[in-house]
Design a protein around this ligand. Structure first.
Ligand SMILES: CC(=O)SCCNC(=O)CCNC(=O)[C@H](O)C(C)(C)COP(=O)(O)OP(=O)(O)OC[C@H]1O[C@@H](n2cnc3c(N)ncnc32)[C@H](O)[C@@H]1OP(=O)(O)O
Ligand SMILES: O=C([O-])CC(=O)C(=O)O
Length: 410
């Protein structure tokens, strides 16, 4: 007969060395409020809507920096000198092409597959060509960072061309990071405003403390596996609709709402049915996400110059109604709410919004990878066991079906 877990056996035994005997602490679902690392990379003040990268306000970086300069800042902890930046940009340009075997592999992916899955598989495939085990030395880290930063945009654009039945567009060495991506995607050179706005979007999405995908990257990194596996695991985590995948779902929601008079009944129905409203709410921010504010002004800049998006007025009304209904719970637009409206104006298809987020977040994942390697200890938390003990093995002819396939809980 099985016995339930008893109080002296609820936690995994650790052997109790002084190092491993952690004080008993309460279980927090989703690790809410539990520090899982120490980091000097970025800082969020969720009550006051502040985000800093290496101590610098996100608004200031969005105004003055470029994505590659910000990436250097995130990974190596300081702004680059002119020579350092030029060398970094040069090296990234040089590594933009991807091996023909990876392009051929991508040609075998189903065109109907999601581009995030294509990106995760292609990022992991880089590990087939480059070193499998992480070496915590500066030259290895720089080389791997350059490869990933250079090749991820090329792979995102390549899948887009391939699924349309075309050959991937080769990167152009005379274009900057953002302009080259838009060129490979849309098969024409972007206008300078579009390239600048896209580059700023990349800055805004580059890093955000220990969010789910970064945590995933850090756990993977802590095993000392290669950086391609680190990025592939993070891409898989970013894809979910509660995380980076929400930017795509926001557009689906605006499409479903369709017109201004439907906003109130749509939002009220979501609230009554306890459905999440996509692009709203955040574990840390209890005010409007500062990135959403900058993205909204970028959207307006694009609309003034290139024409207004049909969904912008709807989005404004959704923000008004959700803030009115749920503001008392601290639910306001997050980074995913306005980004899609910017991307639509830049000609980016809806299911590429999350891969575009990933292009930017590679910077943050790499910064945390480097930081993790510098002080590495494998992540291995504990759990509170809630199952049985001493269960007996029943012969198959004596068993009765106990599994229910109509519910998650058995
Ligand atoms: C890049 C990013 O990852 S930004 C986040 C992108 N994700 C989304 O936009 C998806 C929608 N938002 C959400 O699902 C959540 O707000 C998350 C996942 C971002 C944060 O989740 P958590 O911190 O775990 O909050 P949790 O889901 O427990 O919600 C707390 C309360 O707020 C409510 N709430 C949170 N977000 C929303 C939302 N978007 N719409 C409606 N209600 C919400 C919950 O129903 C819950 O209410 P209750 O206490 O009355 O039950
Ligand atoms: O911090 C989070 O939980 C999610 C988020 O906003 C991000 O990853 O940009």
């Amino acid at each position: 007969m099985a016995t339930p877990a008893t109080s002296d056996r609820v936690n995994e035994s650790t052997g109790d060395s002084a190092k491993t005997a952690a004080p008993a602490c309460e279980f927090r679902p989703g690790l809410e409020g539990v520090p899982a690392t120490q980091s000097a990379i970025s800082y969020v003040d969720g009550k006051n809507g502040i985000l800093e990268y290496r101590g610098m306000a996100i608004e200031e970086l969005a105004r003055h920096s470029t994505f590659l300069e910000t990436t250097f800042l995130l990974i190596w902890g300081c702004l680059p000198t002119r020579e350092e930046l030029e060398e970094f940009e040069h090296d990234i340009r040089y590594h933009r092409r991807v091996k023909f075997r990876i392009r051929d592999m991508m040609k075998c992916f189903p065109e109907s597959g999601h581009p995030m899955d294509a990106l995760q598989a292609s990022a992991a495939a880089l590990g087939l060509f480059y070193s499998r085990r992480a070496l915590p030395n500066p030259a290895y880290i720089r080389q791997a960072a350059i490869r990933l930063l250079a090749k991820i945009p090329t792979m995102v654009a390549a899948f887009q061309s391939i699924r349309k039945g075309n050959d991937p567009i080769q990167p152009r060495d005379d274009l900057g990071y953002a302009a080259n991506f838009l060129y490979m995607l849309n098969e024409r050179e972007p206008d300078p405003l579009a390239a600048r706005v896209f580059d700023t979007c990349l800055i805004l999405h580059a890093e955000h403390t220990i969010n789910a995908s970064t945590f995933s990257a850090m756990v993977t990194a802590s095993t000392m596996t290669d950086p391609y596996a680190v990025v592939a695991s993070a891409v898989g985590t970013l894809a979910g609709p509660l995380h980076g995948g929400a930017n795509e779902e926001v557009i689906d929601m605006l499409e479903a709402i369709g017109s201004i008079e439907n906003v109130v009944p749509y939002i009220d129905r979501c609230i009554a049915e306890k459905q999440k409203i996509m692009g709203f709410g955040h574990r840390v921010y209890k005010v409007k996400d500062p990135r959403a504010t900058v993205l909204q002004s970028l959207a307006e800049e694009l609309f003034d110059n290139l024409g207004r998006d049909q969904y912008y007025d709807l989005a404004l009304e959704v923000e008004r109604v959700v803030s009115d209904r749920l503001g008392h719970k601290g639910i306001y637009p997050n980074v995913d709410f306005y980004s899609g409206l910017v991307y639509r104006r830049l000609g980016i298809p809806t299911d590429l919004f999350t891969p575009v987020f990933a292009i930017a977040r590679v910077a943050g994942w790499l910064a945390h990878w480097r930081e993790q390697l510098s002080t590495n200890r494998i992540f291995r938390p504990t759990q509170i066991y809630t199952g049985e003990h001493e269960a007996s093995y029943q012969p198959i002819e004596q068993r009765q079906s106990l599994v229910r396939f109509d519910t998650l809980a058995n």
